[in-house]
Ligand binder design. Structure first.
Ligand SMILES: [Zn+2]
Length: 197
């Protein structure tokens, strides 16, 4: 009888140890969709980058990205100041960084678009060619990083069936409005490696 009790105690101890091991393991964090590791801007750098971005298309991995920054567009009339992230139509588009919806805009080129400004007013994230907005999305709405804001589409000049998210990051000078700003290449931030690699 004593040996049966000892056996039961050993089984319980083993179970507890297994549970502790699983929860302590770094590969089993339970916080849902993971943002890629983004290099955090060093304090004191002249042009700090937004840090802690979330991949703006659900299910896309960093190593699936192609650097489409400064590709020629419209026969060389302008260059591409964004990254195109390919995904099936209807794939959820997530806010790459938190902020406030500054403008929901229908444009000839961008189609159905969203502009979200960060709380410090220094950055605007731009999402274009959307099939549609997340239900209830409105200008002035507070958005958290990773929040559903829309769906991948082919609106604007994307071309029928050429489903992708056009994602731009614009550095905003004081007083600049939603259609202004200076674009930086989102690829190194989202891919976690330098442009051209
Ligand atoms: Zn594009």
């Amino acid at each position: 009888m004593r040996s049966v009790k000892l056996l039961l105690v050993l089984i319980v101890v083993a179970l507890v140890a297994a549970v502790v091991y699983v929860y302590a393991s770094p590969s089993s964090t339970l916080d849902g969709p993971k943002a890629p590791a983004i290099p955090v801007a060093q304090s004191g750098s002249a042009q700090p980058l937004p840090s802690g971005l979330v991949m703006p298309v659900q299910g896309v991995k960093s190593d699936q990205l192609t650097d489409t920054w400064h590709q020629s567009r419209e026969g060389g009339a302008r260059v591409h100041e964004a990254i195109d992230i390919m995904a099936p139509g209807g794939t959820p588009v997530l806010a790459a960084l938190p902020g406030t919806v500054e403008k929901l805009f229908q444009s000839d080129r961008g189609g159905t678009t969203i502009y979200i400004r960060t709380d410090d007013s220094k950055w605007t994230a731009y999402y274009a060619h959307l099939r549609g907005y997340a239900p209830g999305l409105a200008e002035g709405q507070r958005i958290t990083a990773g929040q559903l804001i829309g769906y991948v589409g082919d609106t604007g000049d994307a071309g029928p069936g050429n489903f992708h998210l056009h994602f731009a990051l614009n550095r905003m000078a004081p007083g600049e409005r939603w259609w202004q700003g200076t674009a930086i290449n989102p690829y190194p931030i989202l891919a976690g490696k330098p442009s051209g690699s």
